[in-house]
Design a protein around this ligand. Structure first.
Ligand SMILES: *Cc1c(COP(=O)(O)O)cnc(C)c1O
Length: 273
């Protein structure tokens, strides 16, 4: 887009919104049963990560996206960390993501111990460019028996993680085809794209797993919140386990079989969702 075109668009927006107050990119609206459910949640005393609203919210998201599994997490950034750890990416491995994104894409990668590598987006989709991915893979990568390695730093490349900017889908089918050809895992940062589909498939269901965010500036909000969606049952169970303190199911005993995390979405937040 050239500067003149941007000016024209801004003029149009000023005509629609003549006031001096800033136009919010996203402002949450609470027009439904939010208050009713919040009161119900408080009255139930189940305000933490166990409760019917968490389960119901996961079911709603499964229905909306047609994902087979959904695990509610405390926010999108933590959901990224849990997803990356649960798929078995090891500390020091590299994940190719896009330069145009919210900082959390890279922060989530780092929280999981992995390292981000940034490639360009397409101007029209603002999502990861398949041609940038191709040229990165042909110029910067060495193919060894156990996988692809970044020539610049020697790191093993574990996954590719595009993001669907402002809900506009990236060229995800092309990216998915490249990943398949190269034997690379595809993960999606679908934090901004709840409700966006490509063909009849919801964004986030083109690879192994994806995350959604329910922060106040996202299509649906729980105040703070996130989710991992996937069609892989074992992976969903793994995300649930490590994010719920790694506690084994038992009627009274507290047996945690590894160092777990306490990153599930509280019932109070799920009630809002
Ligand atoms: C919002 C967002 C996140 C993180 O979600 P939080 O719920 O705010 O932690 C991650 N990636 C992208 C692209 C986002 O827009």
């Amino acid at each position: 887009m050239n500067d003149r075109r941007i000016e024209e668009i801004l003029d149009f927006i000023r005509m629609l919104y003549p006031s001096e107050t800033p136009i919010p990119l996203h402002a949450p609206r609470f027009l439904g049963n939010e208050k009713k459910y919040l009161i119900e949640c408080i009255d139930s005393t189940y305000v933490s990560y166990v409760g019917r609203f968490v389960t119901e919210f996961e079911e709603h998201i499964k229905k909306a996206t047609k994902a087979n599994h959904a695990v509610a997490i405390v926010n999108g950034t933590a959901a990224l960390q849990m997803m990356i750890m649960a798929v078995g990416i090891k500390p020091g491995e590299e994940i190719i993501t896009q330069a145009l994104t919210f900082a959390a894409s890279a922060a989530g990668i780092k929280h999981a111990g992995a390292e981000p590598a940034f490639i360009d987006v397409d101007r029209d989709t603002m999502g990861m460019s398949p041609s940038s991915l191709k040229s990165f893979l042909s110029c910067n990568v060495e193919r060894l028996v156990d996988g692809l390695y970044d020539k610049g730093n020697g790191r093993r490349i574990a996954a590719v993680m595009p993001m669907h900017t402002f809900g506009h889908p990236a060229r995800i089918a092309e990216i998915s085809a490249i990943c398949e050809e190269e034997g690379l895992m595809l993960l999606e940062d679908a934090a901004e794209s709840l409700g966006s589909t490509v063909g009849d498939r919801h964004t986030g269901l083109f690879g192994k797993a994806a995350i959604l965010s329910f922060n106040g500036n996202k299509p649906v909000t729980t105040g703070g919140g996130g989710m991992v969606i996937t069609n892989d049952e074992t992976l969903a169970a793994r995300v649930r386990h490590i994010s719920t303190t790694a506690k084994r199911k038992h009627p009274w005993e507290f047996y945690h079989d590894e160092v777990g995390y306490n990153l599930r979405l509280p019932n109070v937040n799920a009630a809002l969702g």
